[in-house]
Write a protein that binds this ligand. Sequence first.
Ligand code: FAD
Length: 462
Amino acid sequence: MSNESQEIERFDVVVIGAGLAGLTAARELEAQGITDILILEARDRIGGRVEGADVGTRVLQRGAEFTGAFHQDLAELTAELGMVAVPLPRHPGSTVRISHGERFEETSPFADDPEASAQLEAVFDRLGEMVESVTPDAPWDAPRAREWDDELFSSWVERTATRPEVRERVLLDLPVDAEQISLLTILWWISKYGSLRGMDTFNLRFVEGTSEITKRIADRLSTEIRLSSPVRSIDRTGADAVIAYDGGRVAARRVILTPEPSIVSRIQMIPALPAGRVSLQERWLAYHSSKIYAVYERPFWRDNGLSGVAMGSLPAEFIMDVSLPDAEEGILCGRRPLSAGRWARTPGSDDLSFTELVGDQDKLKAAYVAQLVEYFGPEAAHPREVHYFDWIGDSWSAGCGSLHLPPGVLSTVGRHLREPIGPLHWAGADTGLVDALGGAVQSGRRAAREVVSALSGAEVPA
Ligand SMILES: Cc1cc2nc3c(=O)[nH]c(=O)nc-3n(C[C@H](O)[C@H](O)[C@H](O)COP(=O)(O)OP(=O)(O)OC[C@H]3O[C@@H](n4cnc5c(N)ncnc54)[C@H](O)[C@@H]3O)c2cc1C
């Protein structure tokens, strides 16, 4: 250790980020007997992309909310915390789809159009066949990884389905920007997510709200969490890593980094990270997402045989019924398109653009409600409450859970995603073997195990 680092506070482990992955890593380390830990968090709160918003009438989730049985590590963790996930309302009824100005009510995709339905099935069958050779932990080892990584997902969809409405439906089911990411990336995401169909596997949520998970973990930690402490640089030239943050410097034998790869690239690394890791971070695309809730006196759409699910290449591109069990009121939750590229038109206006609407609370809410009317009829015009949460411009995160890598990245430098570099260990949802919340927990546990092994001099487990 240099003289300089002897004078600064020293920890066995510094965890960067107090999101679900970072908090889980600290919890796991404590459970393994390592207690000399510090968590540095850039924001003035814990939770990262898990955040509750008290809107006066209720607490809504600005970020992550839904889960499924495939989020196994999360289920184990929440059981330890005394929380139980309950099924989302899945009311029988038709899905509304608006395509090229036409409105359809369908009990299954393209129920009245056998040719389109067969094309859609063929697309998903083909994706299903390909995904069998792609593993969540090493997609770059798939026999056809390079070939699949060379093609944009949008061009593959174009080649596979001739009907434009079928292509549109595939993209609405998968919340990704198909014109930016490679076919291999979408296969990798499907392998982590476990389903080809939109929200199919996300069928649970926590009554107390997801934000209660991070709160309960933090409440049970003895580790100090320093808020408003963005890490600016990590110097690993000495025996210990020296971490500079807004508030000082600390030294650590091991560092667990949980921000997304694109966000990590803002931290100065001394010496520079290996070229493969740098390239991965620099080319990792991420899109800020959103959530928009509309609360009604009652779930009136059910009276009309509608399930509450609606979709279209529109400002509200996907909507679902998230009404609370046994409550009288009805709640619809939706999202705007991820990027300007997916933006088609704005109902009830003179075609406002992505940049005019996104982030503008009043305009977006008005356009959203106008579109709910198109989806569900005139009763949708009078919600009791509308709440719009947009993550656009968020400084400390840039992703919603789905993975975005352009062609030629995953197959070449993807393997640097989890590989420790000296004292640096990587956690965070993107590094998990399932996606999103489940991946955050799984990766936090895995990174903690790596650190325990490293500190005890044992082999780092796979
Ligand atoms: C709108 C939205 C809806 C979503 N819905 C769902 C859902 O329904 N289900 C689901 O499973 N997932 C969902 N997700 C994804 C889910 O929220 C994330 O996958 C998960 O919360 C990621 O946790 P994490 O700990 O890996 O990362 P993060 O939560 O991003 O935590 C990383 C932490 O690092 C901090 N940080 C960043 N840079 C620095 C720095 N330099 N120094 C110090 N700290 C730093 C950040 O502030 C953050 O707190 C959603 C995300 C969004 C945005």
